[in-house]
Design a protein around this ligand. Structure first.
Ligand SMILES: NC(=O)c1ccc[n+]([C@@H]2O[C@H](COP(=O)([O-])OP(=O)(O)OC[C@H]3O[C@@H](n4cnc5c(N)ncnc54)[C@H](O)[C@@H]3O)[C@@H](O)[C@H]2O)c1
Length: 465
């Protein structure tokens, strides 16, 4: 069945925005595969865009890998990174000359502009200053989320981007993932009638929580950003994007219930590696996670020589936060967090972020007047109340180019692909996560946090910039 006929059979009309999916094949009874078609606005490029990466950690590497894989689209020509191991690795991968390698972002801007774009993948509290500086020098920007830790800083960046006319793409990567593109498209086409409400669930997975928000980079909300922004600004953004209405009110509850000193089991001590008596039975054991399972250990900067990994991992666990007892950190991020939002036209949404799950992968239910939608990032099932038939949609990135394996359901690299085109054509319409588009969901996050702390329902007022 071709796409037009498929949509017709579902009672849908064609004609959503630039983003759309195309049907590939019938996979089974009422089950269809789809992919993101070639974007008609993309144009052949005479030369790749050039970019400088600030922060060659996890995210800087994801975007750098795009450049390494598609050298005709993007070339990394500079890097700022204080950790020598990462700086060396990045410079080697991208063949960056010594004069364009720096230990800190400030030094990049001591040189006259030497690239088209800046990739800001520094820690959360270090987005604002480099972003403002880069904008003032006329760079276009790929800006990691969260945009900045305060509403004022987010608004400053928006105002500055408007003033300079630069392209600022916020890394709300889920907007580019085929699964969420399909969800947005179907809702926009009226596949379930009028949207009445949404339930969205983010199961972080207990060891991921321990890794990132108890021991890792984001353990202290004051030094980074509150978890509702650090982890869940994606979720607030996707809810808002799918509903496509202004948010009016928000209320949030949640706290740090489990990863606290008073819950430390008897026999536990400061570090898993120092003879903890309950380490073998603890689900959060650092030795099990990083040494035995060898999971999540990119943060440990392991050498290329695998024969050294065992020794280096144990040394890191003895000396860094990654080996500390999860009950004895200085962490303050909530491990369960619920938020309810009222949008225009009385559409409601409930969001729940949960640390204590054995699985990960966002789950969403969209309830409409003529049908509903249930998805888990693998499959999206629509049931039409009129026909009582269910139809299943499964993303089928055939993926010769490797997008599917980039993170966030393919969104990581699909975002960069659009960013490259936006910079090359100097047209921000190629992006779905411009700074203008992304700011509202950040403000929802700030308001949620205020609501959680004050125990009050917050009114969301979007000011004009
Ligand atoms: N879009 C997403 O889905 C997503 C996912 C994870 C993280 N993030 C965000 O991306 C950003 C980076 O996160 P990450 O996981 O890559 O963290 P990371 O710690 O792996 O990388 C950050 C890098 O910045 C470097 N850095 C520190 N000070 C610097 C300075 N003065 N100048 C230049 N570099 C400096 C650090 O040494 C580190 O290597 C954060 O804001 C984070 O919240 C986004």
């Amino acid at each position: 069945m071709n796409r037009r006929n498929l949509l017709k059979s579902l009672g849908l009309s064609i004609g959503a925005a630039v983003i759309s999916t195309e049907a590939l094949a019938k996979l089974g009874e009422n089950s269809y595969g789809y992919k993101i078609p070639a974007n008609p606005l993309h144009k052949p490029m005479a030369k790749p865009i050039t970019a400088v990466t600030l922060g060659a950690g996890n995210r800087g590497t994801v975007y750098g890998n795009f450049a390494a894989k598609f050298p005709d689209q993007m070339k990394i020509v500079g890097v700022a990174e204080p950790i020598t191991f990462r700086n060396n690795l990045y410079a080697k991968t991208h063949n960056i000359p010594d004069e364009n390698r720096f230990d800190t972002w400030e030094k990049v801007f001591q040189k006259p502009k030497f690239a088209d774009a800046i990739i800001i993948s520094t820690p959360d509290y270090m987005h604002y200053a480099p972003c403002m500086k880069a904008l003032s020098m006329g760079y276009d920007i790929l800006l990691e989320k969260p945009i900045a830790p305060t509403e004022k800083e987010c608004r400053d960046i928006l105002a500055m981007a408007k003033k300079t006319g630069s392209i600022v793409a916020v890394c709300h990567v889920l907007r580019y993932a085929p699964y969420f593109v399909k969800m947005k498209e179907l809702v926009a086409q009226g596949a379930i009638g009028e949207v009445i409400s949404v339930q969205h669930f983010e199961p972080i997975e207990h060891t991921h929580m321990a890794h990132s928000y108890v021991r890792g980079n984001w353990y202290d909300s004051k030094k980074t950003t509150p978890i509702i922004l650090a982890k869940s600004c994606h979720d607030l953004d996707i809810i808002k994007w799918v509903i496509n209405k202004k948010s009016k009110q928000i209320v949030a509850m949640g706290n740090l219930k489990w990863f606290r000193k008073e819950n430390a089991p008897e026999g536990s001590i400061a570090r898993c590696t120092d003879g903890c008596k309950v380490e073998r039975e603890c689900p959060y054991s650092a030795i099990k996670e990083y040494h035995e399972r060898r999971t999540r250990n990119k943060v440990l900067d392991l050498p290329a020589d695998k024969s050294k990994h065992s020794e280096v991992i144990m040394e890191r666990l003895r000396t860094t936060n990654y080996g500390r007892c999860v009950y004895r950190m200085e962490n303050d991020q909530p491990d369960h967090y619920i938020t309810s939002i009222m949008f225009d036209d009385n559409v409601t949404a409930n969001f729940s972020m949960e640390a204590f799950t054995s699985y990960h992968g966002r789950r969403t239910r969209v309830m409409g007047s003529m049908g509903d939608m249930v998805g888990d990032m693998e499959e999206l099932v629509i049931t039409d109340f009129r026909t009582r038939e269910s139809t299943k949609f499964i993303p089928q990135a055939e993926d010769v180019e490797g997008y599917k394996n980039s993170g966030h359901g393919g969104g990581d690299w699909l975002l960069v692909k659009d960013f490259v085109q936006a910079v090359s054509q100097q047209d921000s319409n190629l992006l779905t996560s411009t700074i203008d588009e992304s700011i509202e969901s950040h403000i929802m996050g700030f308001m949620a946090e205020e609501s959680r702390k004050k125990g009050k329902v917050m009114q969301i007022r979007m000011q004009k910039v």
